[in-house]
Design a protein around this ligand. Structure first.
Ligand code: MG
Ligand code: ZN
Length: 227
């Protein structure tokens, strides 16, 4: 059984709630990450693998979905505490939801609080959830044209993960188009090609997580960090 909280998105005062959530996380030495992608890009699978591959890092996960506790159950099975937020219709999470469920975690024991946003490349990008780093995922079967079509999901990202790299050739994914488009909408943002099937690139993603832990340990958890 996982904790399921039903909440509707409330847009008012989002930044106020985001800053409040970020403050609580910072006081507890927890780095906040907001994962954004379309449905099926592999957010939950990446988190399962990340949790299992890094037993020395302590993760808590807030799973956002319209319905079901399926993703939170997967995270708990992978070995990390998780809370499921169900919006029952809303297509994005807002910061007041995050702030409201932080007390369900033992924050003192965590290094990271990761929010898996609702699968959607449109409105989630408009809501700061109190994160320190925003990670946008693009999976190769979605097509290489998505950065320009959904620029808001990519221009605010501090890191881009290109997922399902193991099938990039099969689906004809064009990395050059993505590189050009990222250069236009978010110059110099780091992008990493990963696959949870072959394991490729995961070490680079884990290096990014460890860099954030180092920054935290040196006394500054950054806001809107960009790799
Ligand atoms: Mg998921
Ligand atoms: Zn929405």
């Amino acid at each position: 059984m996982v904790d399921v909280v039903v909440m509707k998105a409330v847009g008012a005062d989002n930044l106020k709630h985001a800053d409040a959530a970020r403050k609580i996380l910072g006081e507890n030495q927890v780095v906040g990450i907001n994962l954004i992608s379309s449905p099926g890009a592999g957010k939950t699978t990446l988190l399962e693998r990340t949790i299992k591959d890094n037993p020395d890092l302590k993760f808590g996960v807030i799973e956002g979905d319209v319905f079901t506790d399926r993703d939170a159950s997967r995270i708990v099975s992978a070995g990390a505490p998780a809370v499921q937020l169900n919006t029952e219709g809303s297509c994005h999470l807002t910061a007041h939801m995050i702030e409201a469920v932080l007390n369900k975690f033992n924050l003192k024991e965590l290094d990271f609080l990761i929010v898996e946003n609702i699968g959607n490349l449109i409105c989630p990008s408009g809501y700061d959830l109190g994160e320190n780093l925003r990670v946008t995922l693009l999976s190769t079967p979605e097509g290489s044209d998505k950065v320009r079509k959904y620029p808001a999901a990519f221009d605010s990202a501090g890191l881009v993960l290109i997922t399902k790299n193991d099938i990039a050739d099969v689906v004809g994914f064009d990395f050059a188009i993505v590189a050009d488009d990222l250069a236009a909408v978010n110059p110099d943002v780091k992008s990493i090609r990963v696959s949870t099937v072959s394991g490729e690139g995961l070490d680079k993603w884990y290096e990014c997580l460890r860099k954030l832990v180092d920054l935290r340990d040196s006394g500054e958890i950054p806001k809107a960090f960009k790799f």
